[in-house]
Design a protein around this ligand. Structure first.
Ligand code: MUC
Ligand code: MG
Length: 376
C-alpha cells in the first residue's frame, strides 16, 4: 500500500561549502564561506527528498557543527528511522526525539527531506501537506553585516535600486556600541529610502548598554531590536522590554515551545523569530508560530542564512501562517556566490516567492553539488 511504499530506505548527510559574496559578521562569529549539511532521504518507492541543516560560524550560533550533524544523522537518527513511513510524519518526529536530545538542525533537515519525499510521492507541495498556502510571497529584508559603513551604504542602495529589498537588518555588537551607532547614523543619513530597520545585537549588550543606547536607536527610527541580551537572561530581557521605546524580538532565548511560552508570558519581547534550527522540524516550526502568538508575540520569519533548500523549507511553513506581520529574512541564497539547486528562489518587488511544488519546489543540480561538496 501507499504507506509502506513511503518507508524510509536510506538517509545520507553530505557537507557542502559555498563561498559568500562578502564577509558576514555577527557579535560572536564571522564567516566568508557557508557550510551546511545536505540531507537526502530515499523512500522505498525510489523517491528522494532533500533538506538543509544550517549552522553559523561552526558550533557558535548554536551548539551544532556540520561535523556533529553529519555524525548524529549517520550514527543515531538514520538507524532510528529506517523502515519508518514518511507518510507518518508524527512518528518520524517521535522516533527522532527518542534517538537524540536537541540536535535541532539535524532533525529539521531530516524532517524537511522526509516531507519533501512524501509530497513528491503525492505530487503535492510541502505547503499543501502543512495546511495549504495562504500567501504566494513573503516580504524579505536584507542584512547589512560587513561592518564597513561605506560598503553597506553601497549595498543598501543596490538592493533598493533592483527593488529586491527595502527593509534591512543591521548586525550590531561586533564593534563598540558607539561605533555601531555611528555606522547606523551614516546609513540613515545616506540611504533615506531604507524603510523598516531591525538591529540584531546577537546577545552582545548588557542591560546597562540597553538603557544607554535604546533611546538613541529610537531617534534613528529603528523598528525592532533583536536579542540584545544573553539568551538565558529572561529577567533582564523582560526588564529591558518593559522600558524600551522599541519592540524587542526574541531569538536565541527561545528554542523549545516551553522557552517560547516563558519568553512571551514574561514579556521578554513582543516579536518571535521563527527558525527551523530552533524548532527542529517543520511541524514544530508551525506549532512554534501558534505558541508564540498565544504567548503574546508577533511573528517574524527568521533564518540561519540557509541556501535555497533551507529557505524553501521555511517558506513552506510561512506560507501557511495566518499572520506574518514582520515578513522574513530568507536572503541567504543571495549571500552565496553559487547555488546547488536548478531553480533558485525568486525575489521581486521586495518579496520572496513561495516556490511551487511538487515537494519543496527546488531540485538539486548534481553537477554544481559535486563542485561544492567538502572533500571527505
Ligand atoms: C540571527 O541571529 O538572526 C540571520 C540573519 C543574519 O544576518 O544572521 C542570522 C542569525
Ligand atoms: Mg538573530
Amino acid at each position: 500500500d501507499f504507506i509502506s511504499r513511503t518507508a524510509i530506505r536510506e538517509i545520507r548527510a553530505q557537507i557542502v561549502t559555498l563561498p559568500s559574496i562578502r564577509a558576514h559578521r555577527l557579535s560572536n562569529t564571522e564567516f566568508s564561506k557557508r557550510e551546511f549539511v545536505l540531507v537526502r532521504v530515499r523512500l522505498a518507492n525510489g523517491i528522494e527528498g532533500i533538506g538543509e541543516a544550517a549552522v553559523l560560524g561552526g558550533p557558535r550560533w548554536a551548539e551544532e557543527s556540520v561535523e556533529s550533524i553529519q555524525a548524529v544523522v549517520t550514527r543515531y537518527l538514520s538507524p532510528a528511522l529506517i523502515g519508518c513511513p514518511a507518510a507518518r510524519p508524527a512518528e518520524v518526529a517521535a522516533r527522532m526525539s527518542r534517538a537524540a536530545f536537541r540536535n535541532n538542525s539535524a532533525k529539521g533537515a531530516i524532517e524537511t527531506a522526509t516531507f519533501d519525499a512524501l509530497a513528491r510521492s503525492l505530487d503535492l507541495s510541502v505547503t499543501t501537506l502543512l495546511g495549504g498556502a495562504l500567501r504566494e510571497s513573503v516580504p524579505v529584508l536584507w542584512a547589512l553585516a560587513s561592518g564597513d559603513a561605506d560598503q553597506e551604504v553601497e549595498e543598501a542602495r543596490a538592493k533598493l535600486a533592483t527593488r529586491e529589498h527595502r527593509d534591512f537588518k543591521i548586525k550590531l555588537g561586533f564593534a563598540s556600541p558607539e561605533a555601531d551607532l555611528r555606522r547606523l547614523q551614516k546609513l540613515r543619513d545616506e540611504v533615506p529610502e531604507m524603510r523598516r530597520l531591525i538591529v540584531d545585537v546577537n546577545q552582545a549588550w548588557s542591560e546597562a548598554d540597553c538603557r544607554r543606547y535604546l533611546p538613541i536607536l529610537k531617534e534613528l527610527q529603528v523598528d525592532l531590536i533583536e536579542q540584545p541580551l544573553p539568551g538565558d537572561d529572561f529577567e533582564g530581557m523582560a526588564r529591558v522590554a518593559a522600558q524600551s521605546p522599541i519592540p524587542l524580538m526574541v531569538d536565541e532565548a527561545a528554542f523549545s515551545h516551553r522557552e517560547i511560552t516563558r519568553a512571551g508570558t514574561m514579556g521578554c519581547g513582543s516579536v518571535y523569530s521563527l527558525k527551523l534550527v530552533k524548532s527542529g522540524g517543520l511541524m514544530a516550526l508551525s506549532q512554534a508560530a501558534r505558541v508564540a502568538e498565544s504567548s503574546g508575540m508577533e511573528l517574524y520569519g527568521g533564518c540561519l542564512l540557509e541556501g535555497s533548500i533551507g529557505a524553501a523549507a521555511h517558506l513552506a511553513v510561512f506560507a501557511t501562517l495566518p499572520r506574518l506581520p514582520w515578513g522574513c529574512e530568507h536572503f541567504g541564497p543571495r549571500l552565496h556566490v553559487s547555488e546547488i539547486v536548478r531553480d533558485p528562489l525568486v525575489i521581486e518587488d521586495f518579496h520572496l516567492r513561495v516556490p511551487q511544488g511538487p515537494g519543496l519546489g527546488v531540485h538539486l543540480d548534481e553537477d554544481r553539488l559535486r563542485d561544492a561538496l567538502r572533500p571527505s
